[in-house]
Design a protein around this ligand. Structure first.
Ligand code: NDP
Length: 332
């Protein structure tokens, strides 16, 4: 099978030459292990951080080793009780065609309950991030006006719709193209949306939120965070989920420049890691899958075909080529 290695650490924006697709031996499963043929791979923004050689909440990728990441696959051989060939599993050995792993590190998933790709997106890690980040971290309550950046992405599109379904007074989103902005208001039920590339973010947010905002779900950082601090109402709450605008920066960010407002407005800014919210998984899964079944929550995926295109899919994600979750599907 083939697998993707990181071969050099990107300085600034990653380039295709930082990655190499290499042939690797397929290992038969030992006691307690399963052999999985991957069907769908996840590429995620956090992987950019793992390409730097810095200590973080997840260790860096090692050079000339296979990268890891979320994947859904089919068991082809098993030496583990409870797992049989044909079972579908979610696990963390993505970026490769075949994975041999301890069965206790795999979660069985059902293609009948949901499409298999949903376990990497709307019903998986990004979905739980949206749900816990909005409801637990930002303590969103009925009547709040909610602003989310990166709103046409996997996490952001779910944040906005959950806010609507939980009784937000107004839901506002920002995204990087007019087409994405239309999707937010016409399909996802946002009250207002704007393209952050077509004007000043504070000006556009003020126009979209005449009565201010009570919650900001930050996927972007920089000028978006500055704009939100400008427009937040007293006692507003901010979930710092991601800062994608600066993941490829080689200099510290220029914004936000208005942190002093946090004092007068008594704002709460809180960082989050989805890992801390696994206990919410069953409740999240039940509630969100119900909304998907009833048609109240919609989602898109951008599917790139072929393991050979996985690095390009990751690079495309950083540039906004995806709408909803970016997935790499392998030939079945
Ligand atoms: P997305 O599906 O949102 O894809 C990334 C999107 O970021 C792109 O589509 C692009 O959309 C947008 N983007 C890229 N560069 C910029 C920029 N300079 N300014 C504004 N937007 C930009 O990814 P996810 O939903 O998987 O992740 C969203 C955020 O959540 C990321 O910051 C990620 O790191 C974070 N995250 C954090 C977790 C946690 O536990 N803290 C867990 C999971 C995700 P556009 O066309 O609109 O620019």
């Amino acid at each position: 099978g083939r697998e993707w290695h990181l071969v050099s650490r990107p300085q600034g924006w990653p380039v295709p030459g930082d990655f190499a697709l290499r042939e690797a031996a397929v290992t038969a499963p030992g006691e307690g292990e399963i052999l999985v043929r991957n069907l769908h791979l996840s590429v995620d923004p956090y992987m950019r951080g793992r390409m730097n050689d810095v200590k973080s909440y997840v260790p860096p990728f090692q050079l000339d080793e296979p990268m890891t990441g979320g994947a859904v696959g089919i068991v082809v051989a098993s030496q583990a009780e409870g797992f049989a060939p044909g079972d579908h599993v979610l696990h963390d050995l993505g970026w490769r065609e075949y994975a041999t792993l301890r069965a206790k590190h795999a979660t069985k998933v059902s293609g009948e309950l949901a499409p298999l790709t949903a376990y990497l997106g709307v019903l998986g890690m990004p979905g739980l991030t949206a749900y816990s980040g909005l409801l637990e971290v930002a303590s969103m309550k009925e009547g709040d006006a909610v602003f989310v950046s990166g709103a046409a992405g996997a996490v952001g599109s779910e944040v906005g719709q959950i806010a609507r379904l939980k009784g937000a007074s107004r839901v506002i989103g920002s995204a990087g193209s007019d087409e994405k902005v239309r999707l937010l208001t016409e399909e996802y039920g946002f009250d207002a949306a704007f393209n952050y590339k077509s004007g000043d973010v504070t000006d556009q947010l003020k126009a979209a939120a005449p009565s201010g905002i009570d919650v900001y779900f930050d996927n972007v950082g920089g000028d978006h965070l500055e704009a939100a601090i400008n427009v937040l109402n007293v006692h507003g709450r901010v979930t710092i989920c991601g800062l994608i605008a600066q993941y490829n920066d080689t200099e510290p960010p220029a914004a936000p420049r208005n942190l002093a407002m946090v004092i007068g407005k008594r704002l709460r800014l809180q960082g989050m890691l989805v890992l801390d919210h696994q206990d919410l998984m069953p409740k999240f899964f039940e509630e969100v899958s119900g909304w998907i079944r009833s048609g109240e929550l919609k989602y898109r995926e951008t599917v790139v075909e072929g393991i050979e295109n996985a690095a390009d899919a990751f690079l495309g994600l950083l540039k906004g080529e995806n709408t909803g979750k970016m997935i790499v599907s392998l030939a079945d």
